[in-house]
Design a protein around this ligand. Sequence first.
Ligand code: PHE
Ligand code: ZN
Ligand code: ZN
Ligand code: ZN
Length: 295
Amino acid sequence: APDISLANVKAHLSQLQSIATANGGTRAHGRPGYLASANYVKGQLDAAGFTTVLQSFTYNGATGYNVIADWPGGDPNDILMTGAHLDSVTAGPGINDNGSGSASILETALEVARQSLQPAKHLRFAWWGAEELGLRGSQFYVNNLPAAERARIKGYLNFDMVGSPNPGYFVYDGDNSDGTGSGPGPAGSAAIERTIQDYFTSIGVPTRGTDFDGRSDYGPFIAVGIPAGGTFTGAEGIKSSAQATLWGGTAGQAFDVCYHRACDTTANINDTALNRNADAIAYAVWTIATAVPPI
Ligand code: PHE
Ligand code: ZN
Ligand code: ZN
Ligand code: ZN
C-alpha cells in the first residue's frame, strides 16, 4: 500500500479552511461553505478520472449534498465504500471534524488514480452532507439505494476525526472484543477491524477499540447489515492517564479541545496522527480491495 503524502492531505485541509474563511467561518449544511467544499472535492476527483455524482437531498429546509465518486473497474457485485462527512458544525470551520477524514480519503482516492489501481473490488468513495444534523446525508444515501445495489456493497470504511490534537488511536470494535457498547458490527466487521489493526501493529502504534455507538456515518450502513470499520482519534472525551502512557499527549484533557468550536482550524491538527491515519486508510483500501471475497 502507498505512503499517503501528509503534505497533500494538509493542502486539502488548507483549501477547506480557506473555503470556511471566505464563507463566514463555517462549512455547515445549508451554508455556502458546504457547497463550495463539495465542489472542491468533486473537482479534484473529476480531474483524476473518477465518475462523480453530486447527490442532493433536503433537510431542515436546506439542500444538502453528498459527493459520490466511483473508480472505474473492479467487480460491480463486490463494492468497497470509503466515506467521511464533509460538513462542519455552524460554530467553526470543522478542520479536524471532519476535514481530516475528508482530506485523507480524498488523497487516498487521488492516489488510487495516480497508480491506476485495478483492484478486484469496485471502489466507491463518499463525502457525506449534514452528518452533524443526524447522519442525514449517509442515511439518505442508504435509504435511496435500490435493494440490488445495496446488496453489492460488501464493506464500508468510515473516517470521522482522524487528526485530533491530543490523539488516541481508536479502531471501530467490529468484533466487540472489549465487550462494551452495542455489540459487534455485521459479520465481516471483525475482519475489517483486524486489517486496520495490522497496519498500526506494523508501525508499532497500539490501538484500542471504539464502539459502534451510532455517532458517525457507518450507522446507516451497519443498520442494513453492511460490514463496517474505520478509525477515530477522539472528540470531547478526556484522555486518561493510562491512555497518555500508551499514546503520549496530555492526560485529563480532551482528545480534541476544539471539538465543535470556532478553534477547529488548521492549527487543531496533530500531524503525526493525521499521517498515521491517512496511511492506515490507504492500507485498508489496498488490502481489502485486492482481497478475495467476501470481505
Ligand atoms: N460524529 C461525531 C461528530 O461529528 C464525532 C464522533 C466520531 C464521535 C466518531 C464518535 C465517534 O461530531
Ligand atoms: Zn461533529
Ligand atoms: Zn464528525
Ligand atoms: Zn475488537
